[in-house]
Design a protein around this ligand. Sequence first.
Ligand code: ZN
Length: 258
Amino acid sequence: MEANDAVLSALASEIGEAERAVALTGAGVSVPSGIPPFRGAPSDDGPDPVWESHDPADFHRRRFDADPEGFWTDRLALRETMYGGGVEPNAAHEALAALEARGHLDTLLTQNVDGLHAAAGSDAVVELHGTSARVVCDRCGATGSAGPVRERVRDGERPPTCDCGGVLKPDVVLFGEPLPDEAFDRAQTAARRCDVFLAVGSSLTVRPAALLPEVAAESGATLAVCNLDATDYSERADYDLRADATEALPALAAALDG
Ligand SMILES: [Zn+2]
């Protein structure tokens, strides 16, 4: 971390002086909570990527439409792989919640659907890909808590249905589905209005994550990237931290307090 100390302290000063700072988080923030990433190379010291053991095609919108019963069976198996041991927010989630609570973070954009930012106490969260903590009725649009619905699925109700008779779907963006306009609009507005844009734990290759730092930079924001590996934005970022988010973000929060 030593090489990053000067970068962290300079970034902390900018965030401290910023009118609005926005953070964007990706899978790298959830991996330290034991949640495997979807893609990437199998690693020795972490969980294997999800798509090593599950087929993305099983979670496509077409599959949900054609075979909702099979979709939900596979969905429970996927959930077991991802959250099997029970997952808790880690130091990175907590540091971001602390930054918001102290007025240093305006909006938190996330690609993650695990709900851990909310669990850590972050309020101003825009979930770009939805959240697996909720279900939505495919017919009437009613939403509800996912936990009880998953229990019904385990008890044999496949697919689970709404009072209106429509099929319930996890409230996440499936392959083949567009991003929710409202979330994307909020994310773009936040990126356009911020002075500092901090991308954490994302390779910034998948849209819309690939697009938002661009929107922020074009509007004159300072661009900061914190990721273990280089990203598509590392070259042009004003601050490029090659660090574990669970170390860098608490250090950033501490520097802002100091
Ligand atoms: Zn309904």
